[in-house]
Design a protein around this ligand. Sequence first.
Ligand code: NIG
Ligand code: FE
Length: 425
Amino acid sequence: MVAAVDWLLRGARLVTPAGEVGPLAGSRQGDLVIHDRGAVALAGGRIVAAGPEEALLQAVGTGPGTREVDLEGRLLTPGLVDAHTHPVYGAMRLDDFERRARGATYAEILAAGGGIHETVRRTREAMVAELATGLEARLDRFLACGTTTIEAKSGYGLDTAAELAQLKAIAAARHPVARVPTWLGAHAVPPGRDPDEVIDQLIGESLPAVVAQGIARFADIFCEHGVYTTGQAERLLLAARAHGLGLKLHADELVDTGGAALAARLGALSADHLHVANPKGLAAMAAAGTLAVLLPGTSMFLGMREPAPARAMIEAGVPVAVATDHNPGSCPAVSLPLMMTLAVTQLRLTPAEAFVATTANGAAAVGMGDRIGRIRPGMRADVVAWDLHDWRELAYHVGSVRVAGVWVAGRGVRGALAHASQDAG
Ligand code: NIG
Ligand code: FE
């Protein structure tokens, strides 16, 4: 018998990725565990029991402090995990948006000193406190869509001080949505600079400063034709690895530069975008256990015609995560349910594969596959109740999100259900 729990969520249609920890790949990418009449008990910030309601009610103790909520058949899932976002920035990019509508491409705007460079100018103007306040407002919008953890990149500072300011804002924001910080100092080549010299400076100055402050878990680089080459990416990422950071890459988004194979060779945790990745690179990723983080919102927002080769990835055995890429330029979306819709309709994932891609595989892609992304005893108590009954509806309602309650680390943080008083339910 588990001693008195903090929350007892019953009457749930409980859906969670199969397996105990880590990503699901290949024929297991869509494996789910479903309990039509399920329940979950939360205590001390963790999930302490989960499963069929009847058995759970016998195994779990309740007391005067227990809040019991009858979900009346609503869907209950793990909190969603967004494994790729750029959420700290000074201003929107509405002019780019309009320019693209008139025919300019993303790469042209960047090459002309706009795009990321425009956001860098606007972000450098802001102080840490302002950046954190802007981030908090965005985190509210992520939470409203059922996301409880995001990977959060810097990358709109580029120089050491401005990158540190962004990473500090990620740490300083007061908000229940958890952040996994990534240093992306190599997001663009500052205008007029030689890229090799910039890489030297990033390795010699920014990287040690970031590591000394302990405010990044991963290093990332925009490896792309016209930005940084695979050789430059390798140099930076090897240095980051030697400093103990995990590795991620923006790879093979617009041009196939062999980024997927590089990610595998370096033992990166994930390679992201991979729109035009080649089959050899994908096979190398499968062998190395490198996750693919696909960003179908970006393809949609940039009007790319061909979707990323998601089916080939799953067939090759690459574990696939799906994320928003939230940023002011190429994809301002915050909704993982919308990304699930795009994953199903554009990437041709099944609804179950898309669900795993935003839960267990998202968690694995931020290095937390043993702690979040599933409803299992011992995991952090991040769960979402939805005003939905069939789990396929998560991906089905194109752009409308129906969150009924969100709990993060065992605390009710959003929705009427999660604010139930002790005698409610
Ligand atoms: O992942 N590709 C590079 N970085 C972001 C876009 C950032 C921006 O345009 O501000 C991306 O799409
Ligand atoms: Fe990105």
